[in-house]
Design a binder for this molecule. Sequence first.
Ligand code: URA
Length: 211
Amino acid sequence: MTHPNLTIVDHPLVQHKLTLMRHRETSTAGFRRLLREISLLLAYEVTRDLPLMTSEIETPMEPMQAPLLEGKKLALISILRAGNGLLDGVLELIPAARVGFVGLYRNEETLQPVQYYCKLPAALDERITIAVDPMLATGNSSVAAIDLLKEAGAKDIRFLCLLAAPEGVARMAEAHPDVPVITAALDRGLNEHGYILPGLGDAGDRMFGTK
Ligand code: URA
């Protein structure tokens, strides 16, 4: 099953930066810089349909009715720890957004998510909620994170990632068909350890230099 709501951001700048990130030789500093740049571009796509209102303003020339964001509050939810790499760039573009964190680690034997932290903004039911995690691999932790957000009342949820595997996309579509997935690329599949192929390796290790 493919996701009815999958968007692949095929902008040349996104694709170029993603290729540089995939290189095994790219340094931690380079990876982090590219992730920041690419997250700004992905943030542009994930916010494409935010509601606008018009406001009367005065330009130096004359008054006009000009578009402004309607002010529907946004919540960004970082799925720890790799989500923080995407969060920084998105937050730069939407500095007024509230921020939450969901801590899940993957049991390397079962590949199932185990929750160790959850701190969410209030009134999620009134917000547009953007969950960020660079890698949609098996989909297990992403689906568990979205489960938590829905339990907390979130209704309008989007999932932003850098790379997705068909398995994760299908899992998300099955569990949360109402949650659009925005990604820079849909890769071939997963290896036996649940890593994306060709992928870019462990996103957390690469951005934090922990390997
Ligand atoms: N998490 C990662 O960091 N990389 C993968 O390929 C899969 C999950």
